[in-house]
Ligand binder design. Sequence first.
Ligand SMILES: [Zn+2]
Length: 741
Amino acid sequence: MSVNRLVEKFKPEHYELKLDLVQAKNREFNGIIDIFGEINDEKEIALHSKDLEIKKITFANDIKLNFSKAENDEILVNIEKLNFKKGDKIQLKIEFSGKITDAMHGLYPCYYKENGEKKELFATQFESHHAREVFPCIDEPEAKATFSLEIRALSDLEVLSNTEIIEKNENGNIQQVRFAKTPKMSTYLLAFVLGDFQRVSKKTKSGVEVSVLATKAQKSELMEFPLSFAVRVLEFYEDFFCQKFPLSKCDHIALPDFSSGAMENWGLITYRETALLAGKNSSISSKKYVALVIAHETSHQWFGNLVTMKWWDELWLNESFATMMEYLATDALEPKWRIWEEFAVNEAVLSLRRDAIDGVQAVHVPVHHPDEISTIFDGAIVYAKGARLMNMLRKYVGNDAFRKGLQLYFDKFKYQNTIGDNLWDCLSEASGKNVADFMNPWLFKSGYPSVLAEEDGEELKLSQKQFFIGEGKDSGRIWPILLGSNQNNLPEIMDSKDLTCKKSPDFVQLNRGNVAHFITNYSQNLFENLLEKVRNGDLDTISRLQILQERSLLSRGGEIPSVELLRTLQSYDKETSLTVWDMISLLIGELKIFIDEDSESSKKMKKFVGNLAQNEFEKLGFIKKTGEDEEDTQKRSSILAHMIYAENKKAISGALDIFENSPNMEDIDPEIRSLILTVKARFEESPELVQKMLESYKNTSNVDYRDDIMVALTSTKNILTGKLLLEKMLENDIIRTQDIL
Ligand SMILES: [Zn+2]
C-alpha cells in the first residue's frame, strides 16, 4: 500500500527543536518542537510521529488543537477552528516525550568498554524514516526545511550535531547547547551524538573545519589517516563540483554500534568503527576501504544532501552516483592504489552476476512505502550496477561534459529535490548527447546483453542477445551498447541486433576498460588471440581481469564448458597483479565448492592451484621486505592461502613457525595475521588455543584483530569449537551483535 505524501497538505519551512536528554541514561527523553510552515489544507495537518507520546499541540502558544492518530505513523491535527486559508503560514507547538531503545535507528545507545569500564554514548540514525521516532515532523525527503536544534544534557557528554555550536550554558552538571540553524534539508539527514570522544581536526583550504572523532577506547593513531583523507576529499569535491561545502564544519565520527557501514548526515557523518578508523599499522585493504567509504559519504554531502531525491524511488540515483564517485575521488587522491581495478573486481563482478538472473529487480524500482527500502533494495543492483551505469555514462558523455553537467545540476537544484530526468537534462545540455535515451533502457529493466564476436574471413560479425545465468526468456531486447572496441570500422554505439564490418586491426577487443554493462563471447580464434596476449603480458590489468570475469560468466550461463575456465586460468601462471589475483582467488574458491574434499578431483585441483601460485609464492615468501611494493604486501595472504590449500609443506610449516615465534598474536603482521591464526586453528587446534583466542577477542579494542580471530575460529573443523563459539555469541557480552549479523 502506498503511503500518503504529507508534504502535499503542509509544507514545513523551519523546525525549532528542543530536546531534553538529561534522562537519556534512563532511556527517556522529552521535547518541544515549534513547526513553521505553509498550509495547503484548511482542515488538517498530518505529521509523522512514531512511538512518541504527544502531550499537547497548540497554535500561537495558547490555542489548543485536537489531534488523533492514524495509520502509517501519522498524527492528524485538526486546524479547522483557526480558519486559515491555503497558502497561510502557521506555527504549531508540540510537547512530546519518547523512549530510547536498542533498535539502532531513531535515537539509540551504543555500548563499549574503555579501560575495562563499561560505557555508553547516544547517536541517531534517521535514514530512511526514523526522524519521526525522535520528533514529530514531515518525515519525507521532499519536505525540506531548516532546523534549529537545542539539546539539554548532562555536562560530562560532548554534544554534536550537523552544525557548529553557537551557544552553550552550563549549570551544575547540566548543559544547554544550541546549534547554528541548518541549511534547508531533509529530515533523514539530521543527526546528533552525545558521548565522550577524542578528536583530531584540520581545516580545508576553503576554511571548513574537518574532524575525526572516536571513543577514547580507540587508538588515536587510527584517526590521522582518515582525517587527512577526509580533508583532501572535501577539497577535491569542492573543486570537482565547483560548489562550496555549505557548512562551516564536517565531522566524521566512529560509533561502536552502527547498523550499516556509514551514514551521510550533513556535517556529522556517522560510521561503523572499521569503516572510519585506520592507521599505519592497518592493512592496506582496510585503508582503501576507509578511503572509499569516506569518499562515498562525502560525495553525498552534495549529491543527496544539497540536492535530494524527490521520493525514495530515486534513491538509486544517490547511491549509484556516490558509489561511482567514491572510486573517481579516491583514484584522483591516491593514484598509486589504481582503485579502478578494484571497481572492476568488486562492483563489476557483483552486478554482472546478479543482473544475469532472470526477474532480478531493475535499478529503478517504485517504492510505495519507505519500509520497503531495506527489503527491496538489492545492493548488487542499486549500488554496483548503478555505479557501473554511471561510469558508462561518464565515458559516453566524456569527463569534461560530465563534470560540467554536474555543475549545472548543483547550480540549478541546490536545496531542492529532483528526479533522474533532471540530471539527464543537465548532462545532455553539457554534452549535446541525448542522455535519457541512452540511459533509460539500462535503468528501467533488469538484465544486460552478451555480444557474440565472430570472424568470417576479413569480416567481423557482432550480434547481441540477453545473457542469462539459469533459466531466462529472451524477449529480443536491443540495448544501446557502448562498444568501446579497438576496431576502426565499428561505430561508438551498437543499437541493432547484428552488425558486420571489415576487421581492422586483426586483433579484436570489445569493451576496453570494462566500462559498459555487457560481456563479450569471442569465437575460438578471436579468444586464442586474446589469451596469447595474456601470456605475453601484452594486456592491461583491467583487460586481464575482464577476460576471467567474462569466461566465468559464460561458463555459468552455459555458453562455454566449465573446463574452458580452467584452461583460461592456466594462462595466468605468471600473473603478478593483486586485483587479478583477487579474481583468480574468487574463481578458484568457487570451483572448489563443486569438488568433494579427499576426492581424486580435489587432489588434482590442489595441484593445479599450487602450480598457479608457485611463482608468486617463491617471490613473496612470508615476511614483508623493507621497501616492498604495497601490492606485494597485500597479495601475500592470498598467495599463501592458495599454497596452504595446495597443502604445500613449506607454506604450512612457515605459517606455524610464525605463530610459535609471536608471543603476542595481535602483533603478527596484520596482512597475514588472519591466515596465520587460521592455519594454527585448523592444523593444531586445542581447547587452550580456542580459549586464548576468545580471551583475546574479548580484551582487545583492535577491530581488525577481532575480525581475524573470528575468521580463524570459524574455520575450525572441530564441532566442539563451533558449539563453544555459538554459546559465546549468545552471551553478546563477548561477541558484538553487529559482527554476527
Ligand atoms: Zn550512500
